[in-house]
Design a binder for this molecule. Structure first.
Ligand code: G4P
Length: 524
């Protein structure tokens, strides 16, 4: 197959949802369709069970399992599909944000009863930042939930996205009859006791009396009225608008019953984008360029506790990645070659000889990589757009064993490279502050420092409300730094960060220094 056809047939995407909406179930059903797994239950949930949230060893164990499902690739109707898994647990949200930089599109799963939940809002916001095309799957229609029109309104309002339903539910809960696919003019009939089977009946014209025979007069009439209403309210589906991230098609179904999944997948492979161009600091890189380039969006440590191994996940942006070929590690300015790059096929990994744009390659890493690193065939490119968000929790990190200061510094350095947390150094006295998205990371860091680096740390409370990166005219920045000397720090790359101790203090400074921009995210 030609290089261009290989690119054109790839679809690399992520499924995002609030925990429990059905992401794992949907992923599994997609893999079943692709023949990548043979039976339900084969995909280990990447979800960290609520009961275990205080037991971080359990979480690490589950994360260990979930690395196998970090990328799930399969073939379906001549397309090569790469699903990038995104942890739903909010304490690992940064992982998810970064993974979303490697997807070309996303499927958002929403629970019909719960509607738009907090984590969904955040994740969709990250997708919107890069205009990632999104499809919505409203799940659990076998249960009583919100009215479909209300849900679409809620999605538009809370997720700030325009939607166009491509399928429409007929009843719900115990009265769920099925969905009408407006894209293909087909009725998909739901039979609760016939799992894993879809019954499609073509109904080109909704006035066809066959509709009444199948779903009953009342439901047939309601469907006709609702579809007419929909056509008046929502625009016709426009593929380009979807590709530009301006409108999201919506599907209804029930993942656990494998209902509506097939039509979602069939539409997805039709409309979702192949690998997209990606910006660098200097230029846009097109997937069709002959020379290879890629970037690291995730590093997974402790693949095997006995070997302290790390795996760097590289998204191929352009060209063909080849095993044992020299590539430039742009940040280090040195050539590296990789003898055992792996690809992921559902629940197993295999050594590969080559990979194409859109593919994810796992590279065993001897602490050479950090998140955001670029690999090329020689050109000094640096991919942009990998965000770092302002952490939500802060603590001073102190050395608890003076004999092991070196080990502690090394450990902290490497854990930060992996993206476990962020490090800020106070300008006034050089004290170090760890900032994380969730409380769990503090425990994870302490444990890993001890077990992997032989270093002990302790934490002390620090009254930081928010960390924000500041930019603006040099003179203003200098003035600001002088005034807020006590609250100024630098991040790992040396950028100035203001650690506001309260929302009030932040507002005060924003008012006083209108020429300074306060950023709540920075790009690696
Ligand atoms: P997540 O990855 O988004 O966190 O969700 P997951 O797929 O694990 O699904 C969360 C729960 O919702 C699971 O039940 C799953 O079986 C259920 N579920 C998924 N899709 C549907 C659906 O279409 N209808 C209904 N009624 N339930 C659905 P659980 O009891 O938490 O776990 P399990 O014991 O069933 O695995």
């Amino acid at each position: 197959m030609s290089f261009t056809s290989e690119i054109a047939r790839r679809r690399t995407f992520g499924i995002v949802s609030h925990p429990d909406a059905g992401k794992t179930t949907l992923t599994e059903k997609l893999l079943l369709f692709g023949g990548a797994i043979q039976e339900a239950g084969a995909v280990k949930s990447n979800k960290i069970k609520k009961a275990a949230t205080s037991d971080f060893m359990e979480i690490e164990k589950q994360r260990g399992i979930s690395v196998a499902t970090s990328v799930m690739a399969f073939e379906y109707k001549d397309k090569k599909i790469n699903i990038l898994d995104t942890p739903g647990h909010k304490d690992f949200a940064e992982d998810t944000y970064r993974t979303l930089t490697a997807v070309d599109s996303a499927i958002v799963v929403i629970d019909v009863a719960k509607g738009v939940e907090a984590q969904t809002e955040k994740l969709v916001e990250v997708c919107r930042m890069r205009d990632t095309p999104m499809m919505v799957f409203i799940n659990k229609l076998d249960r009583v939930g919100k009215d479909a029109f209300d849900l679409l309104d809620e999605i538009e309002q809370k997720l700030h996205m325009k939607v166009t339903p491509l399928s429409w539910p007929i009843g719900m809960g115990p009265d769920f009859k099925g969905v009408y696919n407006m894209f293909e003019h087909k009725l998909n009939i739901f039979r609760a006791n016939e799992k894993d089977k879809e019954n499609f009946i073509e109904i080109k014209d909704l006035d066809d009396p066959e509709l009444n025979e199948i779903v009953g007069d009342d439901y047939a009439d309601t469907l006709r009225e609702e579809v007419e209403l929909l056509r008046g309210v929502y625009p016709d589906f426009d593929n380009q608008d979807y590709l530009d991230g301006k409108v999201s098609p919506v599907f209804f179904g029930s993942a656990v019953n494998n209902f509506g999944v097939n039509e979602l997948l069939d539409c997805f492979i039709e409309i979702a984008p192949p690998p997209l161009p990606k910006p660098t600091e200097t230029r846009m890189v097109e997937p069709s360029e002959k020379t290879f380039s890629g970037f690291v969006f995730k590093i997974h440590a402790n693949m095997d506790p006995n070997h302290r191994s790390r795996l760097a996940f590289v998204k191929v942006v352009s060209g063909i990645f080849e095993r044992n070929k020299n590539y430039l590690h742009v940040r280090h300015g040195k050539d590296l070659k990789f003898s055992s790059p792996t690809a992921f096929m559902a629940d197993k990994k295999d050594i590969i000889d080559e990979a194409f744009p859109g593919d994810i390659v796992g590279i065993p890493d001897n602490k050479n990589f950090k998140i955001g690193d670029t690999l090329t065939e020689g050109e000094e490119l640096k991919f942009t757009g990998i965000p770092t968000f302002s952490p939500e929790q802060f603590k001073f990190i102190e050395n608890a064993d003076p004999m092991k200061a070196k080990q502690l510094n090394k450990g902290v350095d490497q854990l930060m490279d992996e993206g476990v947390a962020q490090l800020f150094t106070l300008e006034s006295n050089g004290r170090k502050i760890i900032g994380t998205v969730g409380a769990l990371q503090f425990e994870v860091i302490q444990h890993r420092l001890l077990h992997e680096y032989g270093a002990k740390c302790r934490y002390e409370a620090v009254p930081v409300h928010k960390a924000c990166w500041i930019t603006g005219p040099e003179k203003e920045i200098e003035k600001f730094k002088k005034e807020r000397h006590r609250n100024m720090a630098t991040d790992k790359s040396g950028n100035p960060v203001f650690l506001a101790d309260s929302a009030f203090a932040l507002q005060l400074m924003q008012d006083k220094y209108p020429e300074i921009k306060f950023h709540f995210k920075s790009e690696i």
